[in-house]
Design a protein around this ligand. Structure first.
Ligand code: LLP
Length: 420
């Protein structure tokens, strides 16, 4: 489906909305999302499951805006949460507790108590100490809780090292031997049901091979557990399916996520099993559905470089600074055929405050607007008030109308949180 394209007059359109009309109405910078693109991504996921007993969960960390959660909930997704805050937002958005899984290496006693009390689907255990803590809480509350042990398969997801989580050198999960010990320990408790297995090898994964190696590892471990009399009822395969950051402009209806490239093959090995399969996708659900719209403040030429200084910054979208991540950048009006090589930078006082380096783009002028694409995931969710820059507004395109879904902050709202 064509959703980000230039119209015949060379104006960039998002669904049927000409983005130059939104910048005429709303001050920049802002995020804008497409409800329909989120639905399409959810449908792509659902279309891969066939007759499998399948629970797709949305990894809320990618973008926690409640209006987006509402859309995802309507698509019958559960959620993967990693904090008490995310659990709160998931429940408040109406996600049923039995569709919520709780991951993360450092859940506090309070967070565990809340999860147990709410009766969520499962807590994913990341260490022996955490299992001890969950057992203590469940005993005290006299409430049953299902758990999965997160295993670390020591598999290279072939992604950026900062978002690679399945290697032994990473803090996530436990080794196969430790997992066996934890299952044995948990199966002694009358309140804990250790019937799941969890894995998450990393994020922005573009090929199926690391996933298939993970499935092989999981299957061997499940066989061993079941031989010991510990039945595994469900498998949580984690998230990590990437999006095509290079080609978000999809005038020719190019696929912009890797859902259909990876998911059918990943689910196939489970088709003939009775077990339930969960996945925890974040980026591939909302990543392609969001743009960061920014205005060019100044064009600055030095003897060495041409800098395009825009009104948004690393505090709004930190991915380029943090991971050297590539985001396709498109002028809202593509009137210029000449290109030149520039750096797109923000106003924050850090050399790492850039959106693109040495990028060939159509010649740009002060006052022009740009869309930074693929910004729906880990954009606003990772933003901060650094340099005392307020959080920016978020808008949603729904039925080709634009509505405000986050008002943004003013400096006064920030100031009001402090003792004066
Ligand atoms: N499940 C677990 C346990 C996770 O830790 C994550 C992401 C996901 C699921 C969802 O992964 P996804 O489908 O979105 O790849 N800030 C980074 C990404 C960090 C991902 C952290 N964990 C970025 O901007 O690339």
């Amino acid at each position: 489906m064509k959703y980000l394209y230039y119209n015949s007059e060379d104006y960039l359109c998002f669904e049927k909305v000409d983005l130059s009309s939104t910048v005429a109405t709303y001050p920049t910078p802002f995020y804008i999302y497409s409800a329909e693109e989120i639905r399409r991504n959810c449908k792509d996921v659902l279309s891969c499951s066939g007759s499998l007993d399948f629970l797709p969960c949305y990894a809320l960390k990618a973008n926690y805006n409640p209006s987006l959660l509402k859309i995802i909930k309507q698509m019958n997704f559960g959620t993967d949460v990693v904090s008490g805050g995310e659990l709160f937002f998931a429940l408040k958005s109406g996600i049923p507790p039995e569709k919520i899984v709780f991951a993360g290496v450092g859940k506090s006693k309070d967070e565990i108590s809340r999860a147990v009390n709410e009766g969520i689907y499962s807590i994913n255990i990341e260490s022996k100490s955490e299992l001890d803590q969950v057992m203590t809480v469940a005993n005290k509350l006299q409430k049953k809780i299902v758990i999965a042990i997160r295993v670390n398969p020591d598999i290279d997801a072939k992604t950026h090292p900062y978002i690679s989580t399945g290697l032994h050198s990473s803090k996530f999960g436990v080794t196969r031997d430790m997992a066996l010990q934890l299952y044995r320990q948990a199966s002694q408790s009358s309140y804990i049901e250790p019937s799941g297995i969890h894995v998450h090898i990393g994020s922005q994964i573009e090929t199926i091979e690391p996933y298939l190696a993970t499935v092989k590892f999981l299957k061997a471990l499940i066989t061993q557990l079941e031989d010991e009399g510990i039945p595994i009822r469900y498998i949580d395969l984690g998230g990590g399916i990437g999006i095509d950051y290079q080609h978000q402009l999809n005038g020719n209806e190019k696929p912009n996520t890797y859902i259909k490239k990876i998911l059918p093959g990943l689910l196939k090995p489970f088709k003939n099993e009775k077990r339930k399969v969960l996945i925890e996708l974040g980026r591939s659900i909302v990543g392609s559905a969001g743009l960061l719209i920014t205005k060019i403040l100044y064009v600055k030429e030095t003897p060495h470089k041409k800098f395009i200084i825009v009104d948004s910054a690393m505090n709004n979208l930190i991915r380029p600074s943090l991971y050297n991540a590539y985001h396709q950048i498109l002028p809202l009006n593509h009137k210029e055929n000449l290109t030149e090589v520039v750096d797109i930078v923000g106003p924050v006082c850090e050399t790492s405050d850039f959106f693109a380096k040495d990028r060939s783009l159509p010649v740009l002028n002060e006052g022009d607007y740009l869309a930074i694409t693929g910004a729906g995931a880990y954009g606003q969710a990772l933003s901060s008030n650094y340099n005392l820059r307020p959080m920016i507004a978020e808008y949603l395109v729904e039925d080709n109308r634009v509505q405000t879904i986050f008002k943004g902050e003013s400096i006064e709202t920030i100031a009001s949180k402090y003792k004066t």
